[in-house]
Ligand binder design. Structure first.
Ligand code: PEP
Ligand code: MG
Length: 585
């Protein structure tokens, strides 16, 4: 089988199928009504035990207040009225427990959804949650606990949400394979951050692989083999050993400066989602954090984190990073990053919708509490603040105004913060790229978000694996936009980085160095290879190569040309493309 490799490396292990779409409920007539009622009672009992276990773990991890949600789920599972209504349905209609449960709970869900009061409306979500839990137990669908997997697990799923992926233990998961998703879907980005080989875009993957099958997954070529023979196993084991050796050699780059052969210093930073990711950042000797996707702090929970909770997490990252810069990007939810308690109404085009800075400017309290938390944490390290998805000057000015208000509040309350914090924006929307000359006068830095910039420039959903041929970081349209952004930033005297996935692409690093990019921020496992590449480049040569790409007709031509420029993608040798070189000289 072949899909799209989105996180390189070889994974070999046993498949674990995660099929969340199995909750199709059929209406079946039963003869043994008592047996159905027993099944129902024992499913409720198991659900109560599970929720109680979750409650205990949440107290340890999140504290009493956050854990309360599981207590209220436990109480609902003890609700005699609800249980007897379901039992009555089974008796009266002689139907299976799954059907009766679904019918009865749906009446309550609809009732709560109609209530105006926001708090009571939310209870519909709780009922859905417990209903799904009991249904999964009745239907024998294993509840996946992402944090408690066996070693060498190959996760096989139709789709993985960013919040699913964020819970994965990188030491236990050997690879991931999904049907949905693109190279820059957030699940893929997290996979790269964690260094887990991943392949997406294989249709009906959950039918093609069975639980417990031995699977080989090549995250670079996109190849997936099930129950391989000895020859194939030996081949891929050797390939894995070779990759491990290259990674070991790259460790020699630790401690070296990221400087081109002709003496241009470049900043090499890492992208993170949670404080736990800092371990890999330091292991790979990144010079800072160029993108802290703060929205991950808001995921996998039932309510918004308080200012205090956020403060603790930002402080933890800053303390761990010492005096190295940490760019905290303010909340960027929406698109494929769903946070249910924000209750974003369903939209036709979520990636073009109410997300990121748009949502923050519409929920000033949420925004202000995040800014206050970052400001308070600022005294513990070298923080910079970055706003995502800026598309107009007004959004930027409004965001800065709210930041100023937050500063004023803290000053008034006598709470210390650093007052010389650099402020930057992501350039990830074509309108921002086009007016980057104006935006540059308002900020201290730009960071180019190629993941979104590609999707909005090419009009291709970044999640759609069927359109991955159009979603390309090599397209000259994108490269021209990037060149314009860098030039505009430099004209205004500010520095410019890149935190989209293109920043870690070995073929494009020479191009961006040639264009004058000051900072590259990428997944931690890509850092040392990128340092190796940069240390073997002459910036002045790369200027010519970068210019050449701008005149090419299409992405394929650019990619082939760059493959020639950097013949070995592992960065072990840098041969120039002779014919092109002649043209340059
Ligand atoms: C981007 O769009 O390039 C980016 C870095 O942000 P995200 O991937 O979180 O949308
Ligand atoms: Mg983005």
């Amino acid at each position: 089988m072949k899909g799209l490799g989105v996180s390189s490396g070889i994974g070999i292990g046993k498949a674990l199928i995660i099929d969340k779409n199995q909750l199709d409920i059929n209406k079946n007539y039963v003869t043994d009504v008592e047996k159905e009622i027993d099944r129902l009672s024992s499913a409720f009992e198991t659900a109560r035990e599970q929720v109680n276990e979750l409650y205990k773990r949440a107290i340890d991890k999140l504290g009493e207040k956050e854990a309360q949600i599981f207590k209220s789920h436990e109480m609902m599972l003890e609700d005699e009225t609800l249980i007897s209504e379901i039992q009555d349905r089974i008796k009266e209609e002689k139907v299976n427990a799954e059907y009766a449960l679904n019918e009865v709970t749906n009446i309550y869900i609809e009732m709560f959804e109609k209530i105006e009061d926001e708090y009571l409306k939310q209870r519909a979500e709780d009922i859905k949650d417990i209903m799904h839990r009991v249904l999964r137990i009745l239907m024998g669908i294993v509840n996946i606990d992402f944090s408690r997997m066996e070693y060498s697990t190959i996760i096989v799923a139709k789709d993985l949400t960013p919040s699913d992926t964020a819970q994965i233990d990188r030491k236990k998961v050997a690879a991931m394979i999904t049907e949905m998703g693109g190279k820059t879907s957030h699940a893929a980005i997290i996979a790269r951050t964690l260094g887990i080989p991943t392949v997406v875009g294989i249709d009906n993957i959950t039918d093609k692989i069975k639980c417990g099958d031995t699977v080989i997954c090549d995250g670079k070529t996109g190849k997936v083999l099930t129950n391989p023979n000895d020859k194939q196993l030996t081949h891929y084991r050797q390939k894995k050993i070779r990759l491990d050796e290259i990674n070991k050699e790259l460790k020699e780059q630790i401690g070296l400066p990221t400087v081109t052969k002709d003496g241009f210093l470049i900043s090499l930073a890492a992208n993170i989602g949670t404080p736990n990711d800092v371990e890999l950042v330091l292991e790979n000797d990144a010079e800072g954090i160029g993108l802290f996707r703060s929205e991950f702090i808001f995921m996998n929970r039932d309510c918004q984190p308080t200012e205090e909770e956020q403060f603790e997490q930002y402080k933890e990252v800053l303390v761990k990073m010492g005096d190295k810069p940490v760019i905290i990007r303010t909340l960027d939810i929406g698109g494929d990053k769903n946070v249910p308690y924000f209750d974003i109404p369903e939209e036709m085009n979520p990636f073009l919708g109410y997300r990121a800075i748009r949502l923050c400017l519409g929920n000033v309290e949420v925004f202000r509490s995040q800014l206050r938390a970052i400001l308070r944490a600022s005294v513990y390290g070298n923080v910079k603040i970055m706003f995502p998805m800026i598309s107009t000057m007004k959004e930027l000015k409004d965001s800065k105004k709210i930041l100023e208000q937050a500063k004023k509040e803290l000053t008034h309350e006598g709470i210390p913060f650093k007052d010389n914090i650099e402020i930057g924006i992501m350039i990830e929307i074509p309108s921002a790229a086009i007016i980057s000359d104006m935006l540059a006068k308002e900020v201290d830095f730009f960071s180019i978000g190629t993941n979104d910039l590609i999707q909005y420039t090419m009009a291709v959903d970044r999640m759609n694996s069927k359109l991955s041929h159009l979603y390309s970081q090599y397209h000259p349209a994108l490269l021209r936009l990037i060149k314009g952004i860098i030039d505009n930033a430099h004209k205004a005297g500010i520095w410019v980085g890149m935190c989209g996935e293109a920043a870690g692409d070995p073929k494009l690093i020479p191009v961006f160095v040639g264009m004058g990019l000051d900072e590259f921020s990428m997944s931690s496992p890509s850092i040392l290879r990128s340092r190796y590449i940069i240390r073997n480049l002459n910036k002045l040569d790369m200027e010519l190569i970068a210019n050449n790409t701008l005149d090419m007709e299409n992405a394929l031509e650019v990619e082939e040309y760059l493959s020639c420029v950097l013949s070995d993608e592992n960065g072990k040798s840098l041969k120039r493309c002779k014919s092109r070189r002649k043209k340059n000289e």
